[in-house]
Every structure is written in structure tokens, then in C-alpha cells.
Write a protein of this length. Structure first.
Length: 252
């Protein structure tokens, strides 16, 4: 018998047309949730939703470019509500610009603005739309996708680390703000994870992986299962936490 701890619930996952986001969407659907897949690439979005449905899950694709600002964020929230018939039970703030290591002095102002717009501002705005509606209902779970880069300092990673540290901080503030109304807010912080993009930089992440007690990178599905746990009833009294899925890297 399959276990569906999220049966009857709905989820909105931003940036879920590829990589970790797609894996999160697939794991939430496998756990029984009706998932709204979102992102800029309609072709990849269709592929992800087809794969989820072929596996017996429920998914709806909604295109969104969250870097476009508040109107795009509101449009996604409205479309997600229409797709699942109400305010989603679960919001996963995953959409982010992945930034390759670069010396601080070589990072231009326009790039800084773009990274902050997607990694921080979009997360802030979308949560500001969805979480109050969850609070009015009296229940909900927000899971932000952070990073081990937001927990420790890494040379050449100042901008990306700053955006993820902001996400970790927002998690704690939102836990304090929305927790009393029944909305739990937590973070999953992945370490090196075998996405299609990261596989292209295997030589760069090898030294990081070698330091982890597990001696291997994470698999995208493992990030997804951590999200499922935090979204479900087994995590009912977990608020404001950061769950690192990094093979123990940040512990040692």
C-alpha cells in the first residue's frame, strides 16, 4: 500500500520545471498533494507535469517569471489558487538564480540586482501574498529552499551566500510572525546536489563532497523528501528550523 501523507492537500512549488524544484514537485505529488508546477519554461513545465501525472500524481503547470516583480508574483498566487481551488496548503519557495563562484570585485551591480530580485524579493513578496491567507485559514506550511552557502562562508560566493542567508533569516522571522496562526515556516538547506547543472561542474564540487561524512552529493529526490517531511503532520511542532541535506558537510 502506498503512503500518501499529503493526500487531499495542495502545494505550489516555484522554480519547479527542472533540477531540485522538479524533484520537490514529484515527491510532493507522490505523497498525495496536488502540485502547482511553476517556472518560465513552458516546455519543461509540461514535461514535469506529464511525468507526475504518468506516475499517478496530480499536477498543474502555471508559467511564472518571478523576477518580473509584484504583478508576476500576484498573478502566480492567483493562478495557483484557481488551479487547486483555494489557497495552497504548502508553499515551497525554491526559485533562485544559481550563481557561479566569482570574486566580489567582478560582480556587477546589474547582476546583484537580478540575484536579489529572484532569490530574495520574489520569495518575500510571494510569502507576503500566500502566508496571510494561510493564517486566515488557520493552517499551512511554507518551506524555503536555502543552501549550505547561507550557513558558512565560501570564497567567491559572497552574493549567492548573502541571498541564501537572507532566506534563512526570513524563515525565522516568518515562523515568529505566522506560527501563532497555524502556519509553519521552515528551511531546507541543500548541499552539493546532483542536478543536471551541477553535474557539469563535478570537478568543482568534488572537494566539497570529499569533506562530507557521507562522501557523496545529495540526490534531488532526497531534497524533495525533506520538503515532504516538513510539509506533513510528522513535523507539526517544527517551526523556524533549518534542515540541512548535505551529507553532514555543514556539521564538520
Amino acid at each position: 500500500m502506498s503512503i500518501t501523507p499529503l493526500a487531499g492537500r495542495s502545494a505550489l512549488v516555484t522554480g519547479s520545471t527542472d533540477g531540485i524544484g522538479a524533484a520537490i514537485a514529484a515527491e510532493l505529488a507522490a505523497a498525495g498533494a496536488h502540485v502547482v508546477v511553476s517556472g518560465r519554461d513552458a516546455g519543461r513545465g509540461a514535461e514535469v507535469t506529464r511525468a507526475i501525472c504518468a506516475a499517478g500524481g496530480r499536477a498543474t503547470f502555471v508559467p511564472a517569471d518571478l523576477a518580473a516583480g509584484a504583478p508576476a508574483v500576484q498573478a502566480l498566487a492567483d493562478a495557483a489558487r484557481d488551479a487547486v481551488g483555494g489557497v495552497p496548503d504548502i508553499l515551497v519557495n525554491n526559485a533562485a538564480m544559481i550563481i557561479s563562484p566569482k570574486p566580489t570585485a567582478e560582480v556587477g551591480e546589474a547582476f546583484i540586482t537580478a540575484a536579489l530580485a529572484l532569490n530574495v524579493t520574489a520569495t518575500f513578496l510571494l510569502t507576503g501574498v500566500v502566508a496571510p491567507a494561510m493564517a486566515a485559514r488557520g493552517s499551512g506550511a511554507v518551506i524555503n529552499i536555502g543552501s549550505i552557502n547561507g550557513l558558512v562562508g565560501m570564497g567567491g560566493s559572497a552574493l549567492y551566500s548573502a541571498t541564501k542567508a537572507a532566506v534563512h533569516s526570513l524563515t525565522k522571522s516568518w515562523a515568529a510572525e505566522y506560527g501563532p496562526a497555524g502556519v509553519r515556516v521552515n528551511t531546507v538547506a541543500p548541499g552539493p546536489t546532483l542536478t543536471r547543472r551541477i553535474e557539469q561542474y563535478a570537478d568543482r564540487i568534488a572537494p566539497l563532497v570529499a569533506r562530507a561524512p557521507s562522501r557523496r552529493p545529495s540526490r534531488p529526490a532526497e531534497i524533495g523528501r525533506a520538503v515532504v517531511f516538513l510539509a506533513g503532520d510528522d513535523a507539526a511542532n517544527i517551526h523556524g528550523a533549518t534542515l540541512s541535506v548535505d551529507g553532514g558537510w555543514s556539521a564538520v
